[in-house]
Design a protein around this ligand. Structure first.
Ligand SMILES: *Cc1c(COP(=O)(O)O)cnc(C)c1O
Ligand code: SF4
Length: 377
């Protein structure tokens, strides 16, 4: 966890004149996103090959970061876990590295989509993509295909068609609002979505998937948004922290604000090569999440998405990490390790194996220390 000091952003010369009331305004953070190589050059002087990687990669996949998220970088190089999540890399467009990847491996826009913007994979819940805009474009995004489109929120008419489908399908109990990042939308639009969904009687849960808590925590100092969370009480928030360097004293205050509205906060992490594929980094991340009262929900095996698959690690690495956590760290801190199957076949949890043998009247277990224990059935 990072303790950010008073006026911490002023250590970056380009931001030295920015006042507290600007920096801490979520809209200022979005308006002042860095989106081009010219913007990057205001911050630091990259080596030639970094500039080349940036220019070539962004001809296909755009770049963007909030000043806040950028300020968490400790070293301007791919060794830094935050830099690596936002700075374009030639691997993204390397045909050999991307050859087993797909634009839409889970068929979100394919036959699982009854109405544009909706994906209906499981009987009782539906994915609702509200916008394709994000305030930070993560290099590892699982919807990297949307980087190829023009940035825009869906129109009211599109939302209305999505609501109609949900109203007509009484099996649907839960709506996952995702994007892009839905919390980059103006409050008015968010209220339009929440109001319509909350009013549908068979909807029990409105799950908002957003990275704003990670990349723009000032979003949750906006009283109007907090009032919406309070008013629409079906809302849950799922966020996306990948590294302990992303958790700060400001995150903690922001989570406190969210929890005060009665909204639970959970986290999904993606396991990524040279960012967090290390048991001690994941252990610290999970412990720090609990410290700020976020419950770790999923740890995902990196998806086979074109432009992102180069972050994939060995599947066994994730199992070894879960095995490391179990018994050593609070059960609350242990997420479910899962793989999303290609062709939209759903998420599969993957666990270490703790049952070694089963006989007619006994079971042989292995405990977290590796001890072998035989017990009667
Ligand atoms: C991941 C996902 C869900 C939610 O799955 P949970 O296991 O409930 O978190 C729902 N719909 C789609 C299409 C998904 O990809
Ligand atoms: S915030 Fe989410 S949707 Fe947006 S780029 Fe990052 S991972 Fe993708």
């Amino acid at each position: 966890m990072l303790e950010l000091k008073e006026n911490y952003w002023k250590k970056i010369p380009y931001f030295s004149n920015i006042e507290k009331n600007q920096w801490e305004d979520w809209k200022w953070q979005i308006r002042n996103r860095l989106v081009s190589i010219e913007d990057i050059l205001k911050i630091f002087n990259p080596e030639k090959d970094l500039i080349k990687a940036f220019q070539r990669t962004t001809q296909i996949y755009h770049f963007g970061t909030t000043p806040y998220y950028l300020s968490l970088i400790k070293e301007f190089s791919y060794k830094d876990p935050i830099f690596k999540q936002i700075f374009p890399h030639l691997d993204e467009i390397d045909e050999e590295k991307q050859k087993f990847a797909y634009e839409d491996p889970f068929l979100e826009d394919g036959f699982l989509s009854p109405v544009q913007g909706l994906t209906h994979r499981y009987p009782d819940r539906v994915l609702f993509r509200a916008t394709n805009f994000c305030s930070v474009y993560c290099r590892h995004c699982m919807r990297k295909r949307m980087f190829l489109e023009e940035e825009r929120a869906r129109t009211k008419e599109e939302y209305d068609q999505m609501f109609d489908y949900i109203r007509q399908n009484k099996n649907i109990k839960e709506v996952l609002i995702s994007g892009g990042d839905p919390l980059t939308l103006p409050n008015k639009k968010i209220e339009y979505i929440l109001k319509n969904l909350q009013e549908i009687e068979h909807i029990d849960i409105i799950r908002i998937g957003s990275r704003e808590l990670v990349v723009n925590p000032y979003r949750f100092f906006d009283e109007d948004l907090l009032n919406l969370f309070e008013k629409y009480d079906k809302v849950w928030l799922i966020t996306h922290f990948n590294h302990p360097n992303e958790i700060t004293n400001i995150t903690k205050k922001a989570v406190r604000n969210i929890l005060q509205t009665g909204t639970p906060v959970l986290n999904q992490t993606v396991l990524m090569k040279d960012i967090n594929d290390d048991k001690y980094i994941i252990e610290t991340l999970m412990r720090d999440l609990l410290k700020v009262k976020i419950k770790p929900y999923y740890l995902f095996y990196c998806d086979p998405v074109k432009g992102s698959i180069h972050f994939r690690t060995d599947i066994k690495k994730g199992i070894a990490i879960i095995e490391h956590l179990r018994g050593r760290v609070s059960g609350l801190a242990t997420p479910i390790y899962a793989v999303d199957l290609e062709n939209g076949l759903g998420k599969v949890p993957v666990f270490p194996n703790y049952i070694l043998e089963e006989g007619e009247n006994y079971i042989i277990f292995r405990n977290y220390e590796g001890k072998i224990i035989k017990q009667r059935k």
